[in-house]
Design a protein around this ligand. Sequence first.
Ligand SMILES: Cc1cc2nc3c(=O)[nH]c(=O)nc-3n(C[C@H](O)[C@H](O)[C@H](O)COP(=O)(O)OP(=O)(O)OC[C@H]3O[C@@H](n4cnc5c(N)ncnc54)[C@H](O)[C@@H]3O)c2cc1C
Length: 222
Amino acid sequence: MEAIVKILDIKQVTHDVKQFRVEKPKGYHFIPGQATDVSINLPEWKDKKNPFTFTGLNDDPFLQFTIKGYPDHHGVTEQLHKLKPGDEIIVRDVWGAIEYQGPGVFLAGGAGVTPFLAIFRELHREHKAHRNTLYFSNKTIADIIEHQELLDILGVRANFIITNEKPATGYFHGRIDKKFLQDQLTEFHQPFYVCGPDEMVKELTDTLAALGATPESVVFEK
Ligand SMILES: Cc1cc2nc3c(=O)[nH]c(=O)nc-3n(C[C@H](O)[C@H](O)[C@H](O)COP(=O)(O)OP(=O)(O)OC[C@H]3O[C@@H](n4cnc5c(N)ncnc54)[C@H](O)[C@@H]3O)c2cc1C
């Protein structure tokens, strides 16, 4: 299916991430962690399909997307960030990206947190989020998407790792590697979820396999 939907409002959530609320087609249904192929409804863009995750709740009367812009790619996200309320996008069938398999450890890089955001928001509504742990890696503190909300939902189980900025109190510094995981975790026979750039997902999938875990994973950027 394909549905043309209007943008209702747009919120800047970090310096390079915008949250779009758009109309929800009748009968449209998704589960947290799922995505759809989105296009901009303009003649030169409507056939270019890029996947984005639903970050709102299925029960919401609108859809929400949380999208990082890459102006240097001169592609879809640059154009999406130029849109205004009233402009139209195209959404299609929903498809599975990451599915919640029970309480576990979530490892995210940058915009790779979006499927986890959807999962945490749904769990929070059901008062079940507290048994999950997040390690969320970003270049700088200013890059952290929904920083306060993640702290509100997960409390001390929301961990932030910063790679390209001077160490700050309350944040880990450096990369999520085998040593980091071994220092942080004792149990590897629990669900692991990994989402982020290609290199991070590959590296963490291998590291987790060596530690005895089989993560659910999605590659966000090549
Ligand atoms: C299942 C799934 C769900 C996703 N959900 C989200 C989400 O909720 N939010 C979110 O922000 N992202 C999400 N992503 C990632 C998102 O789809 C991509 O970041 C986005 O499509 C990239 O668009 P673009 O602006 O680079 O445009 P495109 O039109 O895809 O690319 C434009 C040009 O940039 C080039 N390019 C690509 N990568 C680079 C690079 N690293 N450096 C230079 N040029 C490059 C391409 O070759 C192309 O020519 C998801 C990805 C997947 C697989």
